[in-house]
Design a protein around this ligand. Structure first.
Ligand code: C3B
Length: 811
């Protein structure tokens, strides 16, 4: 199984002969068209041209990749392995053109560049923030020359495509690689065999797991280039396949066509589809299989890579390897590494545990208890019997440690146990993650603080030194340079260079320009042009709430405000014109927020068809929010809505993308909003609402949403309009569920925060009417948001958790 292949680079021929003159580029493009697609310029389809262009660009990265692999082999460095069930990579073509400096060459060489580029499909292998964060971190790791590999699953179907039918969300499959994926390199020789089910027996005093079912994990990788450097890292994605020869010819001959491929289908189902759930625990055996599949393939690959230079030297493993667990989805890596070390490599338990514990770091991305994964003991016992034994052993040793520290504290032991007893026995994956990792981190300052005070309090008391904060960040390459080229050019000309793309703190240099009339005028012009590109009115305030739909994120609060604006206009008021942009997907089974989507579109239909309202208010809900659509929305936004109930949003990253593009935030003291406000200044941020402590107190008291409804005339009118058929052609039942949830429960205190939110919106409007004052705030938001670069996030991880050194790639 160990191929012992080493990625040494043979410098006998200079592959950089892939030159970058217009002739070189055009020749390579033509060569790909002829030899890869078997066609000619005259008869090439848009897809032929796209594929050939993609290969031409990719080949320039492949050469850098070979030099990176050689440098890494030479350095034998400490590696970071990032394990994540999700990656939202975004479109690859524009990024890779930028990173290879071939954008102009491509525009020159390709007859119809825009049509060609439009063929590029975004691999949507994630749900939302967590998956996009993973992609931003990979971008920064490569940019900072850090030796890292991302591991994930190559889902056949990514996050569903959202259609809107009569205003409601309809999900369509995202067959993203249907036309092939030119960015990907298959590596079938590096496949791994993964076991499931079966039984455990004792052989010579050792435990031996005999799986009843095996599946092949076949990897392919996509290139992850750094910006402004020759480093090209990889993200390695596993695809499940049946073993060769699984097709049942006998059954086929008897006309049993479905049965003939049953084994193949069963195996391949493991990487068939991304679970489209965000922030809820979802107990399905296939999902657990996916998680184990990812972990098992990746760990064996990590050991294979370790063995190139350090074969058998297990005492070096944790010094050469750090593995970051992106939330609880890959946490089975902890018992799996124990199983490999103890059962397969025959290390004793204590030594294996030291290695395991020293190897892992765990990032938690939530505070919601319902998002902390737990798995029924019975499910694990059936699917992974040996892992359950190992988890029990870890638990027994761990609980002995807790008892020693807190003798007689039975309640504490029950809370901390890896096994939940009631109402059903389940394994608590977050507890397992904390016990098996040397470092645990939250993703924003407030989040890390609340984790230690609430969700993971017992663990923080036991091991205070294990807990860290690493505030999230976003890549300025994709979310400023590529998304907003005109603004990027303005920034570069103001700062005198584009060095800010690799050191975003340099944006501070823009501060003086907030007082420069000509600069402000140019800043406004760009924002206007970006609105036209998005297709919204250029002179309206563009007010955006774009993110996954979730009750805690309170899209409904934004909608109540929108309804109030509508009612005020109907009553003769003439507010500052604004377009409210909603975008985002809802988990397919999450009916409470699917109703909200339907209601937003019903309100949009009413508002947008009312000529009396048209000069003041529009509601826009573009379907299928994804990275590509986000790249068009952020540059056009004036106002960034970050209005989750305080204490619920771990961090947010859309808030950072919007601030960097000059949107001013209206928000609660939640997640990274707190840090955004600290940096941009309280004067350049519209704050409202309960803080986390106040929200927790109100929620635990006898909260009565109806009191707020009865006391506030505008609130009552907005809520009544939902129930009286105003937006449903007179049908009073159409949104009964939304109404009841607001008035009877209002779990996320929407009504309690309504008035404070409207007051803050009045302040927004006042400032907006003074265009110069608004533009100054917009510029200061960009100038002071450099901290939110994912390069800074990676620097923090490197310093506090990973301890990595860069490896420079020789030109
Ligand atoms: C998200 C959180 O909801 C965001 O606050 C956070 O910014 C990102 O992760 C990145 O840290 N998240 C998610 O997208 N999916 C989950 N299952 C849990 C958290």
């Amino acid at each position: 199984m160990e191929t012992g292949k080493s990625p040494r680079h043979d410098p006998g021929v200079d592959l950089r002969a892939l030159g970058n003159t217009p002739q070189d580029f055009a020749r390579d493009l033509l060569s790909n068209l002829y030899y890869e697609r078997g066609t000619t310029v005259e008869s090439a389809s848009a897809q032929d041209m796209y594929d050939s262009l993609a290969r031409t660009v990719r080949d320039r990265l492949a050469e850098r990749r070979a030099r990176t692999a050689a440098a890494h082999y030479q350095a034998n460095p400490r590696w970071l392995y990032y394990l994540s069930a999700e990656y939202m990579l975004g479109r690859q073509l524009e990024q890779n053109l930028l990173y290879t400096g071939t954008t102009d060459l491509a525009r020159e060489a390709v007859p119809d560049f825009d049509t060609t580029a439009a063929q590029d499909v975004e691999p949507g292998l994630g749900n939302g923030g967590l998956g996009r964060l993973a992609a931003c971190l990979l971008d920064s790791l490569a940019t900072m020359d850090l030796p890292a590999v991302g591991y994930g699953i190559r889902y056949d179907l990514g996050i569903f495509k959202q259609d809107l039918d009569a205003g409601g969300q309809v999900e369509r499959p995202d067959d993203w690689a249907f036309q092939g994926n030119p960015w990907e390199f298959p590596a079938p020789d590096d496949n791994q065999v993964v076991g499931f089910y079966g039984k455990v027996t004792s052989v010579d005093g050792r435990r031996e797991w005999e799986p009843a079912e095996t599946v092949l994990g076949e990897p392919s990788h996509m290139l992850v280039p750094g910006y402004g450097t020759d480093t090209v890292n990889i993200v390695r994605l596993w695809r499940a396949r049946a073993a060769q020869g699984s097709f049942d010819l006998t059954r086929f001959a008897h006309g049993q066509y479905a049965e003939a491929v049953a084994d193949v289908v069963r195996s391949e189902n493991i990487s068939k589809v991304l679970y489209p759930d965000d922030s809820t625990d979802l107990g399905r055996e296939l999902r657990l299989k996916q998680q184990y599949f990812l972990v098992s393939c990746s760990l064996r690959d990590i050991i294979r890579r370790f063995s190139f230079r350090n074969d058998g030297n297990w005492d070096e493993f944790a010094a050469k390897t750090t593995i970051q667990l992106n939330d609880t989805h890959p946490v089975l890596a902890i018992p799996e590494l124990m199983r490999l070390l103890v059962d397969e490599y025959e290390l004793d338990w204590d030594r294996a545990w030291r290695i395991t514990h020293d190897t892992f770091g765990y990032t938690c991305h939530t505070l919601l208890p319902e998002a902390l994964e737990t798995w029924p003991v019975a499910t694990i016992e059936n699917l992974l019997p040996r892992h359950l034994e190992i988890i029990y052993e870890i638990n027994a040793r761990f609980l002995a440690e807790v008892s020693e520290r807190f003798p007689g504290d039975v309640a504490r032991i029950q809370r901390m146990s890896l096994v939940q007893e009631e109402p059903e026995r389940r394994i608590r994956m977050a507890n397992l993650a904390v016990v098996g990792s040397r470092a645990v981190n939250g993703v924003a300052a407030l989040h890390s603080q609340l984790l230690a005070e609430t969700t993971l309090r017992d663990f923080a008391e036991l091991w205070p030194g294990r807990f860290h904060n690493v505030t999230n960040g976003v890549t300025p390459r994709r979310f400023v340079k590529i998304a907003n080229p005109a603004l990027s050019d303005l920034i570069s000309s103001a700062l005198g260079s584009d060095a800010w793309l690799r050191d975003l703190s340099l944006l501070q240099g823009l501060e003086p320009f907030a007082a420069d009339d000509a600069f402000r005028a140019r800043w406004r012009e760009i924002k206007r042009a970006n609105k036209l590109t998005l297709g919204v009115a250029p002179d309206f305030l563009t007010d955006v709430i774009v993110k996954r739909f979730h009750e805690y994120k309170r899209q409904l609060l934004k909608l109540l405000h929108t309804i109030t604006l509508y009612q005020r206009i109907r009553a003769g008021e003439t507010p500052a014109p604004r377009t409210v942009v909603f975008a985002g997907k809802a988990a397919p089974g999450y009916w409470a927020v699917k109703d909200v989507i339907r209601l937003i579109n019903a309100v949009a239909a009413t508002v947008n068809n009312d000529p009396a309202v048209a000069p003041y208010l529009k509601v826009f809900f573009p379907a299928n929010y994804n990275v590509t659509l986000g790249q068009r929305i952020y540059p056009a936004a004036d106002l960034s809505e970050q209005i989750s109930l305080a204490g619920k949003e771990a961090s947010g990253t859309g808030n950072m993308k919007l601030a960097l593009n000059g949107a001013v935030t209206i928000g609660t003291l939640d997640g990274a909003n707190v840090e955004i406000r600290d940096r941009v200044g309280a004067d350049n941020f519209f704050l409202f609402g309960l803080d986390a402590a106040e929200a927790a107190t109100l929620r635990s008291s006898d909260y009565r949403p109806r009191d707020y409804y009865e006391r506030d005339d505008e609130l009552r009118a907005a809520v009544d309009a939902i129930g009286d058929g105003t937006f449903a052609g007179g049908d009073r039942q159409a949104f009964g569920g939304v109404l009841a949830s607001l008035l009877d429960r209002d779990e996320y205190l929407t009504l309690a925060d309504f008035r404070s939110y409207l007051d803050a919106q009045a302040e927004v409007e006042k400032v907006w009417l003074d265009a110069e004052a608004w533009t100054a705030k917009s510029i200061l938001n960009t100038a002071r948001s450099g901290y939110f670069s994912s390069d800074r996030t990676i620097a923090d991880y490197t310093r506090t958790i990973w301890g990595l050194d860069p490896v420079r790639v020789n030109p």
